[in-house]
Design a protein around this ligand. Sequence first.
Ligand code: PLP
Length: 443
Amino acid sequence: MNSDQIKHLITQYPIVKDLIELKKTVWFNSQFTTLDEGLPYVGLTQNDIDDARDRLARFAPYLMTVFPETTVTDGIIESELIAIPNMQHAVEAHFGQDIYGKLWLKKDSHLPISGSIKARGGIYEVLYHAEKLALQAGLLTVDDDYSKLNSPEFKTFFSQYSIAVGSTGNLGLSIGIMSAKLGLDVTVHMSADARQWKKDKLRSHGVTVIEYDQDYGVAVQEGRKAALENPNCFFIDDENSQNLFLGYSVAGERLKKQLEQKNITVDHDHPLFVYLPCGVGGGPGGVAFGLKMAFGDHVHCIFAEPTHSPCMLLGVATGLHDEISVQDIGIDNITAADGLAVGRASGFVGRAMERLLDGFYTLDDQTMYTLLGILHQSEHLKLEPSALAGMLGPILISQHKAYAALHQFTEQQLENANHIVWGTGGGMVPTEEMENYLKKALA
Ligand SMILES: *Cc1c(COP(=O)(O)O)cnc(C)c1O
């Protein structure tokens, strides 16, 4: 974009000026609709979520066999929901702002196999693809016990096929580990942001890792290109994949069960707020879709992005979606939140979900580090910087009366609210790396 085009964009959408100036920005979606009105635009239904849930259930016996750490959840890759009262007090004191209602953490950081939210969508898409190959070859039926996939015959069969993906780290980790376990030939194209330990870990699993000096967009582009040259190669398209999205979406009904078990009500009088860190958008978008299907209009989904990578906010607020990148308006897409270092949002997710997302905000890297330190101190939990992006949300929603006004909340409804911060990653961060994060938290 040239400077006249940027000026024109700012005239139309004043928020763009704040984004360019890297201001911490809060944007509430005044165009939000009910689920009934918004659902047709998603293009997916409850049947699609059920299909994903059933497929994951078919794979559960296999996952228990090859990843024994999934045995405690019967082969279902799911995380705990925990109350974090000490953290609630600590952030309230730090920001001088009370949070209405109660604060929770969804520990996707500690999901088995790859320690991040990508253990949902990334693994699901690999399983989807592997199942399709095996069904087509007549080696498997949906009524089989899928633990038979853990055999030399199946590994030989899968070794004829390859998988490619572009990633800032965690998606590559999930897809790489899962594909290699099945015997697929897998290549991960890693952006410059990717942490060294993630590349090392992948190589130790026999995954081919190709490194780029550029950002996520370039890694994806190169992965796509390499995959085109090989007809037996399947490219996992994080920017457009409906399967990835559906892999994330099953989280909605599972969270509903977890809340029921804790006797937590979600209804008109007890709103639920969920804060999701956003990179390209598939993870938070898919989870938000599942949440809306599970809780209807009583759940409010808020996306969090770094001030240096506000791609989804930029795309949704301007309606340009994937036709604009943060680099187009002079933002560098450089952030310590490597999981969120994406310059151009998924066009599919933005267009599908823009009516059902309730708000966005941006925050700077230091705030993520600070929250990382406070969480460690107050609850003895270790997350990676990206995963803390959602933690500012409950403060902002409580602070900005405009949100309550937009949704006509009463004082009582706000007092009854539950706030879930989606802790998207960090469970596998090496000790030394975590110590560096904690040092930065004190800066
Ligand atoms: C990938 C990732 C996200 C965001 O998911 P997207 O699908 O890229 O939007 C958030 N947090 C962490 C730790 C991640 O790895």
